[in-house]
Design a protein around this ligand. Structure first.
Ligand code: NAI
Ligand code: OAA
Length: 328
């Protein structure tokens, strides 16, 4: 360990995603095998004891890159000096509950966390919001962190991106590594638009290899409703796959996307593709020098346009709701 440890704050550390995520961070998969990390866990007071148990197990892992684990129940302390903030803690959706129902319940969590990030995080802080409704929770946190550059606030649609890759690989009978330029647009919700308009496999266009009916009736709904299908099957929402996607999102943010490909992340819109400025919407993005950037100049066909607009309309609605609730 030659360099100083990177401070990584994880909220909801005693939850199911936390349990899958922390050990992968400690093993070096978040930032790289030569980067020591210090964990700062945030939980609500009732769950601090459980977080302490997880911290004991982290200790028992004897991870060479783990420089220590601290536990807090106060966001101000948890985000002090943090370089990477993973905002996981929220109330998960239970059977039959829609994301809209969660806005009010979760909004209150993300305001104080945004304020704490603004007050105490390191200058280079990068924030990933996982807790649902992730895009709008990120919007709330960001609106209470006016001193932090807008491009440091992101929400997770990498799980949707990975789900799309998996479905396409299965359909086409190719490994996921062959697939390029798949994109998730819009909200991390059932309205999201998983797009293959520009996607390729082995140099060929995916849109030419699958029929439109399969895309519309099978692929898009399967990816967009996968979260609900996992809840139906497991009785609990996705956890290990969500943790894995959070690792991918941050690793890519820090280490970059490969040439000739992109990934998907919800980032603050600059007005690109008609998405209102300031909304946190998923786009195809590249990462370079520690920055995510929206891929520019893509031609958007009519089918894609309608799907993007529908999901963005939902984001506008969520924004208007939290505005009315005084959360932004
Ligand atoms: N963006 C995405 O792709 C995905 C998002 N999710 C979302 O991630 C969130 C977490 O999921 P799970 O770990 O399964 O939930 P969980 O219920 O197992 O854990 C949530 C944890 O957050 C803690 N918590 C609640 N309020 C907090 C606060 N104010 N500060 C710190 N911690 C707090 C709880 O005590 C609990 O330990 C949910 O909102 C879920 O819907 C889940 C899967 C995918
Ligand atoms: O649907 C949920 O609540 C969990 C989630 O976000 C997902 O699995 O994509």
């Amino acid at each position: 360990m030659s360099q100083a440890p990177v401070n990584v704050t994880v909220t909801g550390a005693a939850g199911q995603i936390g349990y899958a995520l922390l050990f992968r961070i400690a093993s070096g998969q978040l930032l790289g095998q030569d980067v020591p990390v210090k964990l700062r866990l945030l939980e609500i007071p009732q769950a601090v004891k459980a977080a302490e148990g997880t911290a004991m197990e982290l200790e028992d892992g004897a991870f060479p890159l783990l420089a220590g684990t601290d536990i807090f129940d106060d966001p101000k302390q948890a985000f002090e000096g943090t370089n990477i903030a993973l905002l996981v803690g929220a109330r998960p959706r239970s059977k039959g509950m829609e994301r809209g129902d969660l806005l009010e319940a979760n909004g209150g969590i993300f305001k104080p966390q945004g304020e704490a990030i603004n007050a105490g995080a390191a200058d280079d802080v990068k924030v990933l919001v996982v807790g649902n409704p992730a895009n709008t929770n990120a919007l709330i946190a960001r609106s209470h962190a006016p001193d932090v550059p807008a491009d440091r606030f992101t929400a997770m649609t990498r799980l949707d991106h990975n789900r799309a890759l998996a479905q396409l690989a299965k359909k086409l009978g190719v490994p996921v590594t062959e697939l390029k330029k798949v994109a998730i647009w819009g909200n991390h919700s059932a309205t999201q638009y998983p797009s293959v308009q520009h996607a390729e496999f082995g140099g060929k266009k995916i849109a030419d290899a699958v029929d439109q009916a399969w895309l519309e009736n099978d692929f898009i709904p399967t990816v967009a409703k996968r979260g609900a299908a996992i809840i139906e099957a497991r009785g609990l929402s996705s956890a290990a796959s969500a943790a894995s996607a959070a690792i991918d999102h941050v690793y890519t943010w820090v280490n970059g996307t490969p040439a000739g490909d992109w990934t998907s992340a919800a980032v603050v819109s600059d007005g690109s593709y008609g998405v209102p400025e300031g909304l946190i919407s998923s786009f195809p993005v590249t990462a370079k020098d520690g920055k995510y950037e929206i891929v520019q100049g893509l031609e958007i066909d009519d089918f894609s346009r309608a799907r993007i607009d529908a999901s963005v309309a939902e984001l506008v609605e969520e924004r208007d709701t939290v505005q009315k609730l005084g959360l932004i």
